[in-house]
Design a protein around this ligand. Structure first.
Ligand code: NAP
Length: 491
């Protein structure tokens, strides 16, 4: 059994606590490795290492930083099968999705490495003669990155890649459920040539390690992906120190199906969106909003297909749905199923923990469909598991109203063959991402990603927006007139 250290200043070291915790496979209960229970002192050490590495990394030419990220992407590409399996073993998504997680990480590192040769500022004329104005993008300094467990390769790469290319040094806290993926990523970045101290990783509990990162004065920005509750806590604490904060939070994503939609496409879309990654994607489809003429047939077909989904060990290629990620997740999802039943929603399939044989060692829940009324808690709160609520609507207007009537606004989708409806929906759906005739999942790394309302605070990851989270803009005025010129003053 490998015991991993904290990764600080380019070395793997033991925590000050002298304690470790295991990371385990949610399908089998098998322990995969052990990790350090980090402390406030460990975070302090990591910040010192990041501060020490900052001056040199800031001056490292951005295209050279990009070369390191490209080398890391190449290593990941060469090891994709093995890394995909690791994601599956530690997090529980099926193997094809585990490899997809790794591919997204590779795609992003390759994409963002190009920013090393762009990172564009502006040049603009001055209001005075013989004077030029321009803007520079500069690193913020030492930044904190905190990630969830559901995309244990892709989400860390989105954050670390963007923070690194822009010249920041990092103190990184991965989710306690998936430290092995994070440690493997740190090893790959080191192998790719990342200098010691530029990336520092401290594992350990949110309330100690996460909080220490958020509250430390030397951390000038925090990039966080996770739940709304944690995001609000972090935002409030960071606000007292006027820190930059990027928040990517939860979702309650709707797939609308209009009467004129292609039934086969809508069906495949909702199956993938609702039950892919056992519903544990921030963009998972948790509400199917179907128009009344198409409703019965769609539901009938959906039930047949959902009942046919194979739940089991995600390493088995025949399996469609793996376990949820932990006992805590399992309890939360089962609690919501109970809430749905008590609210009077009709359970059409699933609804139970899967038991017997292989299932008893892991956290398996049957893919579950509720026929629900909009307004029930199961139609408004994020469940983050293989649970779909289906709601019937009469008109496009009602569909959009229902879709928008939640606190979240991450992803959204509409299936329709009417081009006018599609274009209206693009504008009307309150979400950071809208798909037309495609499921709510499937973001590509060269477009900005993030949400509106309680899904975040306006920050966007991925795409060209990614570098904004990690850079300061400096305005520069260059006066080559050879005399004192006074802007705005005419007398
Ligand atoms: P979480 O409980 O909020 O935890 C996320 C990360 O933050 C973990 O590393 C956690 O540490 C740490 N953390 C939790 N509370 C903290 C606090 N008060 N201060 C500092 N750090 C804190 O979320 P999760 O259960 O891992 O992930 C699921 C959630 O993430 C869902 O709501 C999902 O929608 C959201 N998500 C959003 C996106 C997006 O881009 N919008 C992408 C993926 C996931 P521990 O692991 O030690 O608890």
């Amino acid at each position: 059994m490998t015991e991993y250290g904290l990764y600080i200043g380019g070395k793997w070291i033991k925590s000050d606590s002298g304690k470790t915790f295991p990371t385990a496979n949610p399908a089998t209960g098998e322990t995969l490795a052990t990790f350090q229970v980090g402390t406030q002192k460990d975070v302090d050490k990591a910040i010192e290492a990041a501060e020490k590495a900052l001056p040199r990394w800031k001056k490292f030419p951005p295209p050279k930083r990009g070369e390191i990220l490209l080398r890391a992407a190449a290593i990941m590409r060469a090891r994709k099968d093995e890394l995909g399996k690791l994601v599956t073993q530690e997090m529980g998504k099926i193997l094809a999705e585990g490899k997809g997680d790794v591919q997204e990480a590779i795609d992003f590192l390759e994409y963002i490495s190009g920013e090393g040769r762009r990172m564009l500022g502006e040049t603009t004329p001055s209001e005075l003669p013989n004077k030029l104005c321009l803007t520079l993008r500069q690193p913020i300094g030492v930044v904190g990155c905190i990630t969830p467990w559901n995309f244990p390769m892709a989400v860390p790469c989105w954050k670390l890649g963007a923070a690194l290319i822009t010249g920041n040094t990092i103190v990184y806290k991965p989710a306690t459920l998936t430290p092995l993926c994070a440690a493997t990523l740190a090893e790959i970045l080191e192998q790719a040539g990342l200098p010691a101290g530029v990336l520092n990783m401290v594992t350990g509990p949110a309330e100690v390690v996460g909080d220490a990162i958020v509250q430390h004065l030397s951390i000038r920005a925090v990039s966080f992906t996770g739940s709304v509750a944690a995001g609000k806590d972090i935002y409030a604490k960071a606000a007292r120190m006027l820190k930059r904060v990027g928040l990517e939070l939860g979702g309650k994503n709707p797939q609308i199906v209009m009467d004129d939609a292609r039934m086969d496409l809508a069906l495949e879309g909702v199956l993938f969106g609702a039950f892919g990654t056992a519903g544990q994607r921030c963009t998972a489809t948790s509400r199917l909003i179907a128009q009344e003429k198409v409703y019965d047939e769609l539901l009938e077909k959906l039930l047949v297909r959902t009942k046919g989904l194979k739940v089991g060990n995600p390493l088995d290629p025949a399996v469609d749905v793996g376990p949820v990620a932990s006992a805590e997740q399992e309890n939360k999802v089962l609690k919501y199923i109970q809430i749905g039943i008590e609210e009077g929603a009709k359970i059409l399939c699933g609804g139970r923990k899967q038991t017997g044989l292989q299932y008893d060692k892991g956290f398996f829940i049957e893919p579950t469909i509720f026929e629900a009324r909009h307004g029930m808690r199961i139609t408004k709160e994020e469940i983050f598991g293989p649970v779909l609520s289906v709601v019937k609507v009469r008109t496009y207007e009602e569909a959009v109203k229902v879709a928008n009537d939640v606190e979240y606004g991450l992803s959204s989708s509409i299936y329709t063959s009417n081009v006018n409806t599609a274009f209206r929906a693009m504008e009307d759906l309150e979400a950071g991402v809208t798909y037309i005739n495609a499921p709510t999942i499937g973001a590509e790394v060269h477009l900005p990603f993030g949400g509106v309302k309680n899904t975040g605070n306006g920050a966007r990851e991925a795409g060209t927006e990614a570098i904004h989270e990690f850079t300061e803009i400096k305005s520069v005025f260059i006066d080559f007139s050879g005399k004192l010129q006074k802007a705005q003053i005419t007398e």
